[in-house]
Design a protein around this ligand. Sequence first.
Ligand code: ADP
Ligand code: 5GP
Length: 198
Amino acid sequence: MQVLPIYSGATTQEMPSLGKLIVLTGPSGVGKGTLLQKLLERHPELYYSVSATTRSPRPGEVDGINYYFVARNQFEKLVAQGEFLEWAEFAGNYYGTPRTAVLDKIKSGKLVILEIELEGARQIRRSYPGALSVFILPPTFSELENRIRGRGQDSDEAIARRLHRAQEEIQAAGEFDIQIVNDDFETALHQVEAVLFG
Ligand code: ADP
Ligand code: 5GP
């Protein structure tokens, strides 16, 4: 397991104004990760913040690339040390954004993108009102279910939890600056690009 980077413990009040912070949210299975992967391929100037999680790696996921996979007690220690810009519990696991890596990248003028769930996005909006928040919606709820099942990487129990949570998340879409429906993938990708890069 890779060790988390060392954090300086800056507070959100110290969030630098240079650069931009983008928050990408939406229910599990809507296609956030797939959109993000394409955005990163096409826009090397984007910096993707790798989160920490207590979830087990899915097949093919790499520690330090997809997530920093940490034990629950280690995550709780990092929370107590103030090492996260935001964190939340989602479907039985913790997820959090490392504070210092994000602050440093913003300070250096990078466009930083977080792909996080609703509660974390709300925390970021409160602590950094200048962040641009984008909510990705599925064309229909049954299509969302098809995508989660089609991904074939979650247990039935995990899928049920994610779908239950998805209903609450979708109701919160209006809180976000921009809403984009990921129906046709290329169309949605271009819409996200238009929002990010004008
Ligand atoms: P998330 O990161 O939001 O949980 P993923 O990016 O893992 O979602 O996508 C879930 C599944 O849906 C993947 O199998 C992905 O290939 C598929 N998918 C993503 N966007 C579309 C789309 N526009 N149309 C059909 N399938 C899609
Ligand atoms: P998954 O287990 O499918 O990778 O992610 C589950 C959910 O956690 C997704 O909605 C994803 O956006 C969210 N998530 C990933 N990293 C973070 C994070 O650092 N903070 C928060 N709050 N949510 C995250």
